[in-house]
Write a protein that binds this ligand. Structure first.
Ligand SMILES: O=C(CO)[C@H](O)[C@H](O)COP(=O)(O)O
Length: 151
């Protein structure tokens, strides 16, 4: 999979994330502190990674900041993006299953090395539900994107 990754801080867990994604066979596109000379503000690098998902340049993204909140807020402002801040494997599983989330937001503060692997395992194993009620919910949120675009 083509995964865009961003972090506003050059933290060991952010580096471990990139290494882990490579190890799992993904193609990684790095932004922010993970890319030399890039803008490291969370609002800027999270948006850049999220835009690659929205445009189809990337299949999914993982956006990181110290708390994970700024990264998820910025990513969710990009139309077509459904970013989920996940602090455990159960949340990551639900984000893929019920929310069809396409951007994983992580807190650098809370995500230890072993937890990172658990979250990634759940995220990549998760398949979006085909239950009609779940699909309707995802469609209802897509309507907000269309309203903003004025269509
Ligand atoms: O968690 C964050 C945003 O939600 C940032 O990582 C945190 O605010 C630190 O940013 P800075 O180093 O620019 O002060």
């Amino acid at each position: 999979m083509r995964i865009s990754v961003s972090s506003d801080m050059d933290e060991p867990v952010a580096r471990a994330l990139v290494a882990e994604l490579h190890e799992r066979g993904h193609e990684v596109r790095a932004h922010g502190a993970l890319s030399l000379g890039d803008d490291t503000q969370w609002a800027v690098c999270s948006e850049a990674a999220a835009r690659e998902v929205a445009s189809g340049t990337a299949d999914q993204a993982v956006v990181c900041c110290w708390t994970g909140t700024g990264a998820s807020i910025a990513a969710n402002k990009v139309p077509g993006v459904r970013a989920a801040l996940c602090t455990d494997a159960g949340t990551a599983d639900g984000a893929r299953r019920w929310n069809d989330a396409n951007v994983l937001a992580l807190s650098l503060r809370l995500t230890s090395g072993p937890l990172l692997k658990e979250i990634l395992d759940a995220w990549f194993a998760g398949v979006p539900s085909d239950d009609p009620e779940d699909r309707r919910n995802v469609e209802r949120t897509a309507r907000l994107d269309r309203e903003r675009a004025g269509s």
